[in-house]
Design a protein around this ligand. Structure first.
Ligand SMILES: [Zn+2]
Ligand SMILES: [Zn+2]
Ligand SMILES: [Zn+2]
Length: 449
């Protein structure tokens, strides 16, 4: 070991000023060593540099490194530690390395959380992107977790669990209630027929005869004169006034004072009312309290909850089950209780990381939501087990449902994903007032399978 510190350089290494450290030129990211807490300096053309910065984060194995650039590029402010100045950067490296031994288990650290935690000056920064339907993108998040279907929902879930925390509010945008796209067109429309062919029109009201008409009709050789009673209109408020209706619709000819606003979405075509739009806050994020805690003391993997419509808590579900059973017995109707078992969901998380597990549960929820009726009620009794109460569904409808669910399971694009379906008909004579116990005994059947 020599005493000078080594820093890795990619690109025009001669342009990297060093005095106290020695440069190690490398040809590409793949030839960098596996050691944690090293430094890479990029001296590349702006375009190449941004590509390399993205690849650096995508590779996951460099989350414990520092990366600097010689010249700034578009993404260097959000994906690197800034410009290389040897003295300052070596000082930062020293602090950085002092934190490495505090990490509980480097193999379990989420690369995004690890990156943010190692330097309190680092943030997850949003960047405006007009080509993206959501208007803002997080290049760091998207480089590290490119599989996320909705980075926004992922961030909300990380924020709820305090793995991330908010820094400053960057913007507040409105997105489409249908597809959450941000490319919106605000239209003034007629409040009567909702057509958009409206124009502003200025009318006058003659006090002498009460006639109301377009301003143009009152113009006579540069003066205002009522076209009906021919009275000259000299003073507003004395001879005439202007009605408050200042718009006219070319479709239905109604006059009105204020147009309605409709918002049409360029992405999905939905016509939104203003109150249908979703207000979304765009924040800059930093490591959250639980995020830091999990890095220092280890992290218990939890499967994210399925976001399903008609979802209720276990206590409510149990009482509903007892009630429906009694009702079914009295009215001789049939209900169906369905169990959806997703074995291996937690193992999936361990295997592929939380970001991919989150993407999978989102996919499952999305497909299931398309299957359930408005009146179905569901409850996630365990992380990997979902119960659905389908009122007025007979056992005979089960084969149809089952095949729908099998199609759905096949559509989910994951090889390691399995979904098993169980069903029980109501009324059931063994179900009395203790639904929790009754469910428990059904579940032994699920887990034994
Ligand atoms: Zn839309
Ligand atoms: Zn109209
Ligand atoms: Zn008149």
């Amino acid at each position: 070991m020599n005493n000078t510190l080594s820093v890795y350089c990619l690109g025009a290494c001669d342009s990297v000023p060093t005095q106290q450290s020695s440069k190690v030129p490398v040809g590409n990211l793949e030839s960098l060593p596996a050691e944690p807490g090293e430094v890479l300096i990029l001296a590349l053309s702006p375009e190449q540099q941004d590509q390399t910065l993205r690849a650096f984060h995508r590779l996951h194995r460099f989350w414990s490194w520092r990366i600097y650039v010689v010249e700034p590029s578009d993404l260097s402010a959000v994906l690197s530690d800034g410009q290389w100045e040897e003295e300052r950067c070596l000082g930062e490296l020293e602090k950085h390395r002092a934190k490495l031994p505090l990490i509980h288990n480097p193999d379990e650290v989420d690369p995004l959380l690890g990156w943010l935690w190692l330097d309190s000056g680092r943030s997850l920064i949003p960047v405006k992107d007009g080509s993206d339907a959501s208007l803002y993108v997080y290049p760091l998040l998207e480089s590290i977790h490119p599989d996320l279907e909705s980075p926004y929902r992922y961030l909300m879930s990380e924020l709820n669990r305090e793995l991330l925390g908010t820094e400053q509010l960057v913007d507040r945008i409105r997105v489409c209630g249908g597809c959450q796209g941000g490319h919106l067109n605000y239209l003034d429309v007629c409040p009567f027929c909702h057509e958009l062919d409206i124009e502003s029109s200025q009318s006058l009201h003659c006090f002498t005869c009460g006639y109301v008409g377009e301003q143009g009709e009152f113009l006579r050789s540069g003066r205002l004169e009522c076209p009906k009673c021919l009275t000259p209109l000299r003073h507003i408020g004395v001879d005439y006034d202007r009605p408050i209706e200042t718009h006219r619709c070319n479709s239905c000819n109604q006059k009105f004072a204020q147009a309605d606003t409709r918002v049409s979405c360029f992405s999905c075509g939905q016509k939104n009312e203003i109150h249908d739009l979703i207000v979304r806050k765009i924040h800059q994020y930093k490591i959250g309290y639980q995020g830091g805690h999990s890095i220092r003391y280890g992290h218990r993997l939890t499967t994210p909850e399925l976001m399903l419509k008609g979802k209720v808590d276990a206590a409510f579900f149990n009482s509903l089950l007892v009630w429906s059973n009694k009702l079914a017995r009295r009215t001789k109707q049939q209900h169906l209780l369905m169990g959806l078992y997703l074995p291996g969901l937690a193992d999936y998380g361990k295997l592929y990381g939380e970001a991919r597990m989150f993407a999978l549960t989102e996919q499952i929820a999305y497909r299931l939501n398309g299957l359930f009726r408005e009146t179905d009620v569901c409850c996630q009794v365990r992380n990997e087990l979902l119960l659905v109460l389908m009122p007025y569904a007979a056992r005979e409808s089960l084969p149809v449902l089952q095949s729908k669910i099998e199609t759905l399971a096949a559509m989910i694009e994951e090889d390691d994903f399995r979904l098993q379906v169980f069903a029980w008909g109501l009324p059931d004579d063994t179900l009395a007032d203790d639904a929790a116990n009754w469910i428990q005994s059904r579940l032994t059947q699920v887990y034994a399978s």
